[in-house]
Structures are given as C-alpha cells and as structure tokens.
Design a protein around this ligand. Structure first.
Ligand code: SF4
Length: 96
C-alpha cells in the first residue's frame, strides 16, 4: 500500500515526517475539512468565485504538487472555498 508520504514524494512534494510516522491521510483531512466548512454555508464563497479562485491558483507559480500554497501553507481548495479568505500574494484572486 502506498502511503500519503510516498504519494507526495512521487509528486515532488515535501514529505512531512509526522504525517509519515502516523500514517496521516491528506485526502481524509481535506474531505473532513471541506465537509465541516460546507456545513456552514454562510462561510462559503459561491461556486463561481470558488472556481475562479482555483483557476488562478492552478496557474500560480506558488502552488505545490500537493495542492498547498507555498506562500500561506494552506490547501488552496480550502482557502479558496472560504468566502472571506484572500490570496496572500497581493490578492491575486481580486477581480480586475
Ligand atoms: S493562494 Fe495566491 S499565492 Fe497561493 S497558490 Fe493561490 S494564487 Fe498563488
């Protein structure tokens, strides 16, 4: 069985020794965090804003192979889903 740490290493992402040691599942963490966030609709960015933000992140040089932003350390799927969050790089999510 491939561990999360092995998958991240294969993608060129840094490997966290704590995650490796305890068999931490990033996928499980993201599912759980998104489920909790989506239970609070008042905190959510709407779908079009969420999609727009992710499209900006996809093209950004600061996104890492595991989906984390190098500038803030957040998983962008969580940060972008949060209505009042902002991109840490002079807010690249701002609409021009
Ligand atoms: S949050 Fe901003 S800096 Fe981070 S990956 Fe997305 S666009 Fe880039």
């Amino acid at each position: 069985m491939t561990t999360e740490a092995e998958k991240h290493a294969a993608n060129g992402a840094p490997v966290c020794r704590i995650c490796e040691q305890y068999g931490f599942s990033v996928d499980g963490y993201l599912e759980d965090a998104l489920r909790k966030l989506e239970a609070r609709p008042e905190l959510l960015a709407d779908e079009s804003e969420y999609t727009y933000r992710l499209s900006v992140c996809e093209k950004c040089e600061h996104i890492m192979a595991d989906g984390c932003c190098r500038m803030c350390g957040c998983y962008v799927v969580l940060r972008a889903r949060t209505r009042d969050a902002a991109c840490p790089m002079r807010n690249r999510w701002r609409h021009s």
